[in-house]
Design a protein around this ligand. Structure first.
Ligand SMILES: Cc1cc2nc3c(=O)[nH]c(=O)nc-3n(C[C@H](O)[C@H](O)[C@H](O)COP(=O)(O)O)c2cc1C
Length: 221
């Protein structure tokens, strides 16, 4: 990135400590209600909402402002069918041959199988790609921190989906090369995660997971 000579005033509204506490607590309360949901209703939702969610994700900070991510919004039934079929083909092999018994025991609490009906049931899938490098004419420009930047953007995406009043599941098919093939995405972009988005199915259940205590994940110096 060259030297930036063009600077603008930073818009900022200063808030009292009391407001800071209230803001942070109400966001925490809201985020505590987020769960990954694996059972989706097929009920339609406005495309505008999905677009706003993706726009929010793209506001994330990124190394050198490269914004090294691509969000593919999949609403077309045939694309969703293709993605489900390809994912289940790989997952079937995973469960039958590739996964260790240890791994299968670990994920058994989620009651997941090779079947991924949510890939067709959810009204939208958002497939996220990270841009490893960009091609500028004859030159290849490596993106620094493309993994971290895309990770942060996906965090924004999950929070925006939850904030909008919808649910999602970060889904990581393995291997996931089929996503590039089906969506016709060039090699400089690598698929990272698939996010089905929609309303939960009526009566949807989620695993009763134990979360770590804050002391196990945070140290104050
Ligand atoms: C990077 C990542 C990959 C994940 N991959 C899968 C997956 O392939 N299948 C699945 O059912 N859940 C997947 N999950 C969801 C996690 O299982 C879930 O977030 C975790 O159990 C915590 O539950 P919660 O999101 O409801 O708090 C993934 C989550 C993340 C962050």
């Amino acid at each position: 990135m060259g030297t930036i000579t063009d600077f603008i005033d930073f818009e900022f509204t200063r808030q009292s400590h009391e407001d800071l506490i209230n803001n942070s607590l109400s966001f925490l309360d809201q985020m505590l209600k987020r769960r990954s949901v694996r059972e989706f209703s097929s009920e339609e939702i406005p495309e505008e909402v999905i677009m706003n969610i993706v726009k929010t994700a793209t506001t994330a900070p990124s190394g050198g402002n490269a914004q090294p991510f691509l969000f593919c919004i999949v609403k077309d039934k045939e694309y969703k069918q293709q993605i489900r079929a390809a994912a289940e083909k790989e997952e079937k092999l995973n469960y039958e041959k590739r996964y260790s018994e240890d791994f299968k025991n670990k994920v058994s609490k989620f009651k997941v199988t090779y079947q991924k009906p949510f890939l067709e049931e959810a009204p939208y899938l958002i497939v996220v790609f990270k841009e490893k490098y960009r091609i500028a004419g004859e030159k290849i420009q490596k993106n620094n921190y493309f993994t971290e930047s895309t990770g942060i953007a996906m965090g924004f995406l999950v929070a925006a989906i939850h904030n909008a009043g919808l649910v999602t599941l970060p889904y990581s098919p393995a291997p996931m090369g089929f996503l590039s093939h089906i969506l016709n995405i060039p090699e400089n972009l690598a698929p990272v995660l698939v996010f089905p988005v929609g309303y939960p199915k009526e009566g949807a259940k989620v695993p009763n997971l134990k979360k770590k205590k804050i002391e196990e994940m945070c140290r104050v110096y």
